[in-house]
Write a protein that binds this ligand. Sequence first.
Ligand SMILES: [Zn+2]
Length: 114
Amino acid sequence: MLSKEKIEKYKNTLEGMKESLEDEIAHLETPVDMGDFPGEDENTDESEQAFNQRSSASSLRDELDEVESALIKIQKGNYGKCESCGQEIEEEILDISPESKFCRECNKKNINKK
Ligand SMILES: [Zn+2]
């Protein structure tokens, strides 16, 4: 069973992660300053760059989703349980990534499935 202190610690870590992810996403989604470069040729590079930024923003969003759902679980009091088998997630795993949804065994299984 996770102690209250431990959960509090993970919560702080998660909140910090959430803030920096939100910052990064906001930064990525800010339109790039195109500068004063008229001409057709610029367009290709710029849209490619915008595309890359969007795709990394969307992977950050996925991460943010996981962080947020972990925070919701803390609020509900069911944090630290594996979503697959219902066992408690090992603290070593939560120490490394507090947003983890699965215990070590299920993580292994998930990796093998891919
Ligand atoms: Zn599990």
